[in-house]
Design a protein around this ligand. Structure first.
Ligand SMILES: Cc1ncc(C[n+]2csc(CCOP(=O)(O)OP(=O)(O)O)c2C)c(N)n1
Ligand SMILES: [Mg+2]
Length: 361
């Protein structure tokens, strides 16, 4: 993390490493980013608590990646197209998706992936790296229709090993598509560490063979992220083609609530990573720049807590979907063998609900 070719503006202790862009002090962009990052962290803690008490399904924490998501969300235009993977709730919230819908999705209800606030964004992609190809398709359509928007695909470091990603880079390069790929390079793919994932020292170099320019950015540094994203998004919007951004971070959580990272993640490495985490770093910078004080901090946290409680209440008030929904929304015309299963499920709905009892919603 101390390579001088990595774009970085803020030291881990919050001090600027170089002259900062004027927008840092002359706009409230940094404070907006800080509020969004803090909200993402609060939601994260709450989601895990809900899961642990049987009120949410398996959940993928965003701890440590707040700056990446918030920067992408704030730098995108509303009608650009986001192709997210399963760890992008903070980005989705910045783009207008209510936290209640995010909880709804992780509660097992796919309607949370189809909220009107998502505009043209794709639902969360679970099959690793396939969203990078979806983004290329969307980018092609945007250009074909002569629309000025861009597509943004988010992915993990592990996802860069997939064939889909190589194919996406290739087609994006050949067709000079208005698409930007953002890697959350969090050093883990479940229990596979980064050094076993790829022998490439920089995943941002993976675009070289496809003529897709790339850059490594400190993913815990919101200023570096904005500068890199602004450059990439502007180029894509101006017809200069795709870009690959590798944001270096560290997954400070388990992979999901179904995982126990203490079984494979070295404790000293995790402890070290906490020294670099993005939320505290931005708070220290804001204090250093005299843009923030303790009273504002307390007021913000109280306001965000209230907002979160409202969102959680809205989620908990959503009626669980009937078990027949999984058949009704899968096919236009249900195949015969599934029709009999659907009929059985409908008759036995009560029994199924009782059996599920305290199961996650
Ligand atoms: C095509 C496919 N293969 C395997 C999986 C199982 N799987 C789920 S998450 C994951 C690791 C992904 O790691 P990374 O891309 O680094 O993202 P991170 O979870 O670290 O953010 C794998 C292999 C999957 N979802 N899809
Ligand atoms: Mg990863």
């Amino acid at each position: 993390m101390h390579d001088s070719t990595i774009l970085r503006y803020i030291a881990p202790n919050g001090e600027p490493l170089t002259a900062l862009p004027v927008w840092c002090t002359q706009t409230d962009w940094l404070i907006t980013a800080y509020q969004q990052m803090q909200f993402a962290r609060l939601l994260d803690q709450k989601a895990i608590a809900l899961q642990r008490t049987g009120q949410l399904g398996t959940y993928a924490s965003i701890l440590g990646a707040e700056a990446i998501d918030v920067a992408v969300g704030l730098c995108m235009e509303p009608f650009d197209i986001l192709a997210p993977y399963y760890r992008n709730h903070a980005c989705q919230m910045v783009r207008g998706l209510p936290a209640s819908e995010i909880l709804r999705y992780w509660g097992g209800d796919e309607h949370g992936s189809a909220a009107p606030e998502m505009h043209r964004d794709f639902p969360n992609c679970i099959p690793i790296a396939s969203q990078t190809l979806h983004a290329c398709g969307a980018a092609f359509a945007l250009r074909y229709r002569q629309q000025s928007q861009i597509a943004v695909a988010m992915l993990g470091d592990g996802a860069t090993s997939k064939g889909d990603f190589a194919e996406a880079l290739n087609v994006a390069g050949v067709w000079k598509l208005p698409v930007v790929f953002v890697i959350n390079s969090n050093q883990w793919a479940i229990s596979v560490p980064r050094h076993q994932q790829s022998a490439a020292s920089r995943l941002s170099d993976k675009g070289l063979a496809a003529a897709v320019p790339g850059i490594q950015v400190d993913g815990n540094d919101i200023i570096a992220l904005r500068i890199a994203l602004d450059t990439a998004f502007t180029a894509a919007r101006n017809g200069e083609g795709p870009f690959l951004l590798e944001a270096l971070s560290y997954r400070l959580s388990d992979h999901t609530t179904a995982d126990d990272a203490s079984r494979y993640c070295p404790a000293d490495e995790l402890k070290q990573a906490w020294q670099h985490e993005p939320v505290a770093r931005l708070r220290k910078l804001l204090l250093h720049l005299n843009l923030w004080d303790e009273q504002q901090e307390q007021q913000l946290m109280a306001e965000l807590q209230t907002q979160l409680e409202q969102q959680v209440a809205a989620y908990l008030a959503i009626q669980p979907a009937p078990v027949t929904d999984m058949f009704d929304h899968l096919y236009a015309t249900l195949p015969d063998q599934l029709r009999s299963q659907r009929d059985w499920a409908e008759v036995n709905q009560m029994t199924i609900d009782q059996q599920q009892g305290d199961e996650p919603r």
